[in-house]
Design a protein around this ligand. Structure first.
Ligand code: 2IT
Length: 449
C-alpha cells in the first residue's frame, strides 16, 4: 500500500467531513504527517483502522448554561465537554472559559490532550471542555453563578473514575473552587473529581507552577543534548497567565534572563530582565488585581510597553510561546531565527503555525511541540489524583522531583521514538509517534469500543 496516498486520502476525508473545523484539521494533519514510518512498519494500525477511530471523539456533550448577572439580567452561554479518548485512563483535561471557545477549538484541544496525556507516562485518557463565557470583566459573584450553572449539567458526565476536569485559559483556582463546590453539593461526594484544587482542600502543591516549570525543564533537557544550558541565555515568554508566569520564574531560576512577555493589551520589553521582584509584581497584577501589563512600566520605567504588539521581534536565544494556539506565524519565526533564536519550547497548545514549525525545523534549531513540553501541568494533575486516592499530601520538593523526572522521561521518549523511525532530533515526530503508539496499541487491545 502507498502510505503517502493513504494518509493524503485520509486527510481529505477529514476535511470533507467537517470542513469548518480548521484548527482540528491542522492538529490532525501535523500528527498524521509524522506517522508515515510508523504506519509503514506496522500495517496493523491501518488494518485496525486506528486513524479513523482516533480522530473521532468518544463523546461530545454540548449544553445550555443559563445564569443571572449582577444587574439581574439572564445570560445564556454554551457549555461543552469533549470526552475524547479513554484508552489509557479516565478522560483528563482542562476547562477553558473564553469567548473564542467553540466545539471545533475544544475538539482540537482534546485531540492534543489525548496525545499529551499519553506522553506523561501516567494512566490518563484525554478530554477538554469549556464555555464561550469570558471571566474578564465579571464579578466574583457572576463567575460563581456561572460556574454553578455549568456544573448543574456537567456533573452528570464527570467523576473521579470517569472524567476529571482541571483549569485552562480563563479557568483558575477560583473557578475550580466554585465548580468543585457545586459538584460536591450535587453528588454528596468529596472526591478528587477535579484537579487544580487549592492545596487546603485537596490540591497538589506545585500544580499552579507545574506547566511553566515543566516548560523550563524541557528546554533545559533539549539544550543539554547540544552540550548547552540555560545559564546566561536571553529568553522570551509570550503569555503572562498561569503557564507564562511560572515559565519566567523557572527559566530565571535556572540562569536565563527573560526580557519580554505579553498579555491581551500588548508586550513589555525589559532589557534588564524580569527578576523575582518584577515577577512578583506581574503575578499580583495578573492573579490578584486582574489588571493589564501596561502598569508594569509605571512601576519599572526602564522597561518599554508596546501596545498591541507581540514579543517575537525582541532578540532572544530561547523562545517560549505560552499564550494560545497559532500565536506565532511564519514571519515571527523568521524574525526569531534572524535574531539568533536557538531553542523554541512550546508552552501553549499548538502556538506555532505549520509554516513557523517548518522554518524552525529547516533552520535546525531545537523545537519542541506543546504536547511534549507543556505536559508538566497535566502530569502534576495526575499526581494530584494519586495523592487524593491515597489521602495524603506530598511536599513541594517531592512533587518537583516527580515533575523533573516526568519531563526528563518525556524528553527521552520523544528522542528515542524519533530516532527509532529515522527522524533523529525531530521532537515533533517523536512526540506524535510515542504518544500515538501507546494509545493505538491500547485501542487495539480493547477491541471495537
Ligand atoms: O492543556 C493542558 O494540559 C491543561 N489545561 C491541563 C489539563 C489538566 O488536566 O491538568
Amino acid at each position: 500500500m502507498d502510505i503517502k496516498q493513504y494518509t493524503n486520502d485520509f486527510l481529505d476525508r477529514i476535511i470533507r467531513r467537517d470542513p469548518a473545523q480548521k484548527v482540528f484539521q491542522q492538529a490532525v494533519k501535523e500528527v498524521i504527517g509524522t506517522l508515515t514510518p510508523v504506519l509503514t512498519q506496522n500495517p496493523k494500525y491501518i488494518q485496525e483502522k486506528v486513524l479513523e477511530r482516533i480522530v473521532e471523539p468518544e463523546r461530545m456533550i454540548i449544553f445550555r448554561v443559563p445564569w443571572r448577572d449582577d444587574k439581574g439580567e439572564i445570560q445564556v452561554n454554551r457549555g461543552f465537554r469533549v470526552q475524547y479518548n479513554s484508552a489509557l485512563g479516565p478522560y483528563k483535561g482542562g476547562i477553558r472559559f473564553h469567548e473564542t471557545v467553540t466545539a471545533d477549538s475544544l475538539k482540537f484541544l482534546a485531540f492534543e490532550q489525548t496525545f499529551k496525556n499519553s506522553l506523561t507516562t501516567l494512566p490518563l485518557g484525554g478530554g477538554k471542555g469549556g464555555s464561550d463565557f469570558d471571566t474578564r470583566g465579571k464579578s466574583d459573584n457572576e463567575v460563581m453563578r456561572f460556574c454553578h450553572s455549568f456544573i448543574n449539567e456537567l456533573y452528570h458526565h464527570i467523576g473521579y473514575h470517569t472524567d476529571i476536569p482541571a483549569g485552562d485559559l480563563g479557568c483558575g483556582a477560583r473557578e475550580i473552587g466554585y465548580m468543585f463546590g457545586q459538584y460536591k453539593k450535587l453528588t454528596n461526594d468529596f472526591t478528587g473529581a477535579f484537579t487544580g484544587k487549592k492545596p487546603n482542600w485537596g490540591g497538589s502543591l506545585l500544580r499552579p507552577e507545574a506547566t511553566g516549570y515543566g516548560v523550563a525543564y524541557f528546554a533545559q533537557n533539549m539544550l543539554a543534548t547540544r552540550g548547552d544550558g540555560l545559564k546566561g541565555k536571553t529568553a522570551i515568554v509570550s503569555g503572562t497567565g498561569n503557564v507564562g508566569t511560572f515559565a519566567i520564574e523557572k527559566l530565571t531560576q535556572l540562569g536565563a534572563k527573560v526580557v519580554g512577555c505579553m498579555d491581551y493589551d500588548g508586550s513589555i520589553y525589559d532589557k534588564d530582565g524580569i527578576d523575582a521582584e518584577k515577577l512578583a509584581f506581574i503575578k499580583d497584577l495578573v492573579f490578584v488585581r486582574r489588571g493589564s501589563l501596561k502598569e508594569y512600566v509605571k512601576k519599572f520605567p526602564k522597561a518599554e510597553f508596546r501596545p498591541g504588539k507581540k514579543t517575537w521581534d525582541i532578540p532572544c536565544q530561547i523562545a517560549c510561546p505560552t499564550a494560545c494556539e497559532n500565536e506565532l506565524h511564519t514571519e515571527d519565526a523568521k524574525l526569531l531565527l534572524k535574531n539568533g533564536c536557538i531553542c523554541l519550547t512550546e508552552g501553549s497548545n499548538m502556538p506555532c503555525t505549520p509554516g513557523a514549525i517548518d522554518a524552525f525545523q529547516d533552520a535546525g534549531i531545537l523545537y519542541s511541540p506543546g504536547k511534549a513540553s507543556n505536559a508538566g501541568g497535566v502530569a502534576v494533575s495526575g499526581l494530584e489524583m494519586t495523592q487524593n486516592s491515597m489521602r495524603i499530601y506530598w511536599t513541594r520538593e517531592e512533587v518537583d522531583q516527580y515533575l523533573q523526572k516526568i519531563m526528563r522521561d518525556i524528553h527521552q521518549n520523544c528522542l528515542q521514538a524519533a530516532e527509532m523511525f529515522g527522524l533523529k532530533g525531530n521532537y515533533m515526530a517523536g512526540a506524535n509517534i510515542a504518544g500515538f503508539i501507546k494509545i493505538a496499541d491500547a485501542m487495539i487491545d480493547q477491541g471495537l469500543v
